[in-house]
Design a protein around this ligand. Structure first.
Ligand code: NAD
Ligand code: G6P
Ligand code: MN
Length: 445
């Protein structure tokens, strides 16, 4: 059957990830054909750098696709089937603050975890809601696939503020980990792995991994993880591992695994279970935001500028990785009814049987034209249940704080986080975050 061609807008056109997604879309014209590709950003100058290169790529490799880059929401969001969103409200400069302020007080400074993640959440909520509203105004039947972080807090906010919207919040971390696992186990790709997983975004555990024949992969995997974590895949394939801080994260999974060897963990759990280690290994003057600004951002922008100047992308180093593959696969599953199994961030509603229905959880779902259907992961053990319930409460309190403009609720959120040692430290961090975020947060009372 001939596939209907799709129209996609990438929101956050100036993101460091946009060019990779464009590459993936172009390479998948058989599986996910496009008639139109648009970029939207609220920073024209930044978006232009990426757009000028992508225009060359589209012209060279798929000239039949109409390409438009705009800062006008009406132009961007009209006549689209999918919004692929990955905005960073406040930019990498504010990420740097999110990371450095908690570290000043000996607390984990991280993009999405702990106080930094909460600060980012307070900035992201209105940005993502604005995108949903544009989509619903100009293309009411479209789906938004949202990578914008912190995905857990954004998901809770969208559940509450736009309960009927067609938005799916997603994360590439489980896919990246599975890619490493496939490497470790000598499988062709992560698509060979059928998994059972439960938790929250950046906060989950695998209970099962099998190959397509149903053979249990966990015994061999556990043997490896117990010695090396998810490392050993340095050689090839996983771009995350090119950088030392990611290497440490993949190795540290070994110690996270030791806490519960009946499962294998998401790497992000290190920030909660080994926060002392994370802080003592951090450089408070040079954090991940600095690394990203000095490497990924510089490299992507330099390559885009080079392509635009040469007016050819024949020899480009821009690549589509698993991050791009995941979002394009999800769009394909929704558009063409593939019934693929994918990990998504969705309302619990029984997927984790002994957790509140209204928690936003990350679980495997079957994706088809009608949307997604979460699979039931059953009851979870006391250890994970305790951790998850604490973290769900933190995420809910951040959204409460945003909606009620409440200092008290945000202080409670920080105090409750497993990454923060006391309410006194929470208050100091919060007071600094308020000053740093004065242009972004609602004024708290
Ligand atoms: P970036 O700063 O390079 O790009 C973000 C773009 O968003 C910028 O061009 C910026 O101008 C634009 N933007 C900011 N606020 C906007 C708004 N209100 N409306 C429209 N555009 C806006 O960031 P990046 O490093 O490329 O990351 C982009 C986002 O993707 C971040 O939120 C990051 O955390 C997220 N991300 C998520 C996952 C995941 O697993 N969910 C994976 C990778 C990246
Ligand atoms: C993974 C996570 C994302 C996060 C990113 C940070 O992909 O799933 O949620 O944004 O890592 O990577 P960075 O290279 O920006 O530190
Ligand atoms: Mn993620």
């Amino acid at each position: 059957m001939k596939k209907t061609k799709q129209s996609v807008v990438i929101a956050g056109g100036g993101s460091t990830y946009t060019a990779g997604i464009v590459m993936m879309l172009i390479e998948n014209q058989d599986k996910f054909p496009l008639r139109q590709l648009k970029f939207y950003d609220n920073n024209a100058e930044r978006q232009d750098i990426v757009a000028k290169a992508c225009e060359v790529i589209v012209k060279e490799r798929a000239p039949e696709i109409e390409f438009i880059a705009t800062t006008d929401p009406e132009v961007a969001f009209s006549d689209v089937d999918f919004v692929m969103a990955h905005i960073r409200v406040g930019g990498l400069k504010m990420r740097e603050q999110d990371e450095k302020i908690p570290l000043k007080y000996g607390v984990v400074g991280q993009e999405t975890c702990g106080p930094g993640g909460m600060a980012y959440g307070m900035r992201s909520i209105p940005g993502v809601i604005e995108l949903i509203d544009y989509m619903e105004k100009y293309s009411p039947n479209a789906w938004m696939l949202n990578y914008s972080n912190p995905a857990a807090i954004v998901a809770e906010a969208t559940r509450r503020l736009r309960p009927n919207s067609k938005i799916i919040n997603i994360c590439d971390m489980p896919v990246a980990i599975k890619k490493s696992i496939a490497n470790i186990l000598g499988l062709k790709s992560e698509h060979e792995i059928v998994d059972r997983y439960y938790g929250l975004n950046h906060f989950g555990w695998w209970t099962e991994m099998r190959d397509k024949e149903g053979n249990d992969l966990m015994p061999q995997l556990k043997e490896h993880v117990q010695k090396y974590g998810y490392a050993a895949a340095e050689e090839e394939g996983n771009p995350l591992l090119d950088e030392t801080s990611w290497m440490d994260t993949f190795q540290k999974a070994k110690d996270v695994y030791a806490v519960d060897p009946t499962t294998v963990p998401n790497t992000y759990l290190k920030y909660y279970l080994y926060s002392d280690y994370v802080v003592s290994h951090a450089n408070p003057d040079y954090t991940r935001a600095n690394e990203v600004m000095d490497h990924r951002e510089k490299n992507v922008f330099a390559e885009c500028t080079r392509v635009a100047e040469k007016q050819t992308a024949q020899d480009t180093s821009i690549e589509a990785g698993e991050h791009a593959e995941f979002i394009v696969q999800l769009a394909g599953a929704l558009a063409y009814n593939t019934h693929e199994r994918m990990l998504l961030i969705v309302k619990n509603e029984g997927a984790i049987a002994n957790l509140d229905d209204d928690a936003m959880v990350e679980v495997p779902c079957i994706v088809s034209k009608r949307g997604y259907e979460p699979l039931c992961m059953g009851k979870i053990p006391t250890f994970q249940k305790g951790m998850i319930e604490q973290q769900v409460a933190v995420e809910k309190l951040v959204v409460d704080a945003y909606l009620e403009k409440s200092y008290q609720k945000l202080w409670q959120a920080l105090s409750l986080s497993k990454t923060v040692p006391s309410a006194a430290v929470a208050k100091q961090i919060l007071d600094d975050l308020i000053v740093a975020n004065k242009d972004w947060w609602p004024e708290l009372n």
